[in-house]
Design a protein around this ligand. Structure first.
Ligand SMILES: Nc1nc2c(ncn2[C@@H]2O[C@H](COP(=O)(O)OP(=O)(O)O)[C@@H](O)[C@H]2O)c(=O)[nH]1
Ligand SMILES: [Mg+2]
Ligand SMILES: [Zn+2]
Length: 379
C-alpha cells in the first residue's frame, strides 16, 4: 500500500459519519450525513452496518442515536461497517437512546384535566436531565380559547412558553417543526393526553395504539421493544415511543433551585449571600416568596433533604466511605470529603433522572428484538 492511498483512506474515514436509527440483532441502520464528496444519485440515505470486531472486543456498545463513523461503504449493496462511536452527550437506558437532547412534554388541557402539580413535577424532572424542554398543551379543541390563554399566562410566569395544540385537528407537523427540527426528541407526559396520537401524526410508520390508559392490569402484558429513531420531514429525530410518565424526583437539595426557571432568573439577578443557601428564608437570600411554585419548591426541598439524610445515614459504611488498601493489604474505610460526596450525589441524581426516562407504550409494532431488556417491575 502506498503512502498516498493510506493517507487517502485516513482522509476518507472520518468524513463518512452517520446516526444509528435502529438496531436489529447485530445490524445497525445508519443514516448518513450528507458530505458533498459522497453526494450523488446512487448514494443511499442509509446503510445497513455491522460493528467492527475491534469495537466488539473493546466492549463498545452501539445504541440508537449514536454518532458513528463508517468504513468500507458498499454503495451498491447498501452496506457498511461501524469503525468508531463518538462519545455520547446523553444516554438513556429505557428506552435505550444516545444523544437525545430534547424532551417534548405533552399535557392535555382537559380529558384528563391539567393538574398544575403534576405538570410541575414533570417539568422539574425534565429539567434534571439538562435537555431542552418543549411543552405542548393538547386537546385545545375541547376548551374555550380563554382557558388556553389563562394557562399560557400562568406557565409564562413559571418560565415556560407552552404550545397549545390539537393533535386531532391542527396541522401538527407544521406547528411543531420549529421545535423538533435539528434536535433528537423524546416525548413524555401522563397517560391519556395524546402522546401516542401525536407520535402517530409525526411518524405515520410508528402505528402506536392510542386511547389505552396504562393501568396496573394493562402493564406487563405488552411486549417491550426497542426504540427506533425517525427522521422528521423538516429535519430532526424523534423516538417512536414515550419516555417517563411518572416522574420521581430525587436530587441533591442544593441543585433543586436550578430546576425552577423562575428561581434561576432570580438567582441570576440577586445571588444569595451564602453559596449553600437553600432559599428557605436564610439571611441574605436573593429569592422572593411571592411566586406560585415557591410552595412546591419548599415541599420538594424537604423531600430531597430527607432523602439525602437517609442516604448519608445508610451510606456511611460503604458509599460514604472510600476504601483504601493499607500497606499490609488490610482495608481501611475513610470518610469521603464532604464536597466530593455532595458532588457525587448530585451526579448520581442526574444519572438517575436519565435512567428514569421510562418506556410507557409497550404495544406498538414488534419489528425489533423485544427481549433486549427486562421490564421494570415498578413500571
Ligand atoms: N379531542 C381530542 N382528542 C384527542 C386529541 N389528542 C388525542 N386525543 C384522544 O385522546 C385519547 C388518548 O390519546 P392517546 O394518544 O392514546 O394518549 P396517550 O396515553 O398520551 O398516548 C384518544 O382517544 C385520542 O383520540 C386532541 O387533540 N383532541
Ligand atoms: Mg399512549
Ligand atoms: Zn437563597
Amino acid at each position: 500500500m502506498t503512502t498516498e492511498s493510506s493517507a487517502a483512506d485516513c482522509k476518507q474515514e472520518p468524513s463518512l459519519w452517520g446516526t444509528v436509527l435502529a438496531v436489529q440483532a447485530n445490524f445497525y441502520q445508519v443514516q448518513l450525513d450528507a458530505p458533498a464528496e459522497h453526494a450523488g444519485p446512487l448514494r443511499p440515505a442509509t446503510l445497513l452496518c455491522t460493528r467492527r470486531a475491534r469495537l466488539k472486543k473493546m466492549g463498545q456498545q452501539v445504541m440508537v442515536g449514536d454518532r458513528v463513523a463508517l468504513e468500507e461503504p458498499d454503495w451498491d449493496g447498501g452496506r457498511g461497517a461501524i469503525a468508531t462511536v463518538a462519545p455520547r452527550h446523553t444516554q438513556l437506558d429505557r428506552p435505550p437512546v444516545a444523544n437525545a437532547n430534547q424532551i417534548l412534554l405533552v399535557f392535555s388541557l382537559t380529558e384528563p384535566d391539567l393538574d398544575p402539580h403534576q405538570l410541575s413535577r414533570f417539568l422539574i424532572k425534565a429539567e434534571t436531565t439538562a435537555m431542552a424542554i418543549a411543552l405542548v398543551l393538547n386537546k385545545r379543541d375541547l376548551v374555550a380559547p380563554t382557558v388556553v390563554d389563562a394557562w399560557g399566562d400562568r406557565l409564562a410566569a413559571w418560565g415556560y412558553a407552552p404550545i397549545p395544540l390539537s393533535v386531532t385537528c391542527d396541522p401538527v407537523q407544521a406547528t411543531l417543526d420549529p421545535y423538533l427540527r435539528d434536535r433528537a426528541t423524546i416525548i413524555s407526559g401522563p397517560s391519556g393526553v395524546g402522546k401516542s396520537s401525536l407520535i402517530n401524526r409525526l411518524i405515520p410508520q410508528a402505528h402506536l395504539r392510542t386511547g389505552r390508559v396504562s393501568g396496573k392490569l394493562g402493564r406487563g402484558r405488552h411486549t417491550t421493544r426497542h426504540v427506533e429513531l425517525f427522521q422528521l420531514p423538516g429535519g430532526g429525530l424523534l423516538a417512536d415511543t414515550p419516555g417517563f410518565n411518572q416522574p420521581d424526583i430525587d436530587c441533591a437539595p442544593g441543585d433543586l433551585a436550578q430546576y425552577f426557571p423562575e428561581m434561576r432568573q432570580q438567582l441570576g439577578d440577586r445571588p444569595c449571600q451564602f453559596a449553600d443557601c437553600l432559599h428557605q428564608g436564610e439571611p441574605g437570600c436573593g429569592v422572593t416568596t411571592d411566586w406560585e411554585r415557591y410552595a412546591d419548591y419548599l415541599a420538594l426541598l424537604a423531600t430531597c433533604l430527607d432523602q439525602e439524610q437517609q442516604r448519608q445515614s445508610q451510606g456511611e459504611d460503604h458509599e460514604g466511605m472510600k476504601v483504601k488498601v493499607g500497606e499490609a493489604g488490610q482495608i481501611h474505610h475513610e470518610p469521603r470529603l464532604q464536597a466530593k460526596k455532595y458532588r457525587r450525589v448530585s451526579r448520581r441524581s442526574r444519572q438517575q433522572s436519565l435512567q428514569d426516562l421510562h418506556y410507557e407504550v409497550r404495544d406498538g409494532v414488534d419489528h425489533l428484538d423485544p427481549t433486549a431488556w427486562d421490564e421494570d417491575p415498578s413500571d
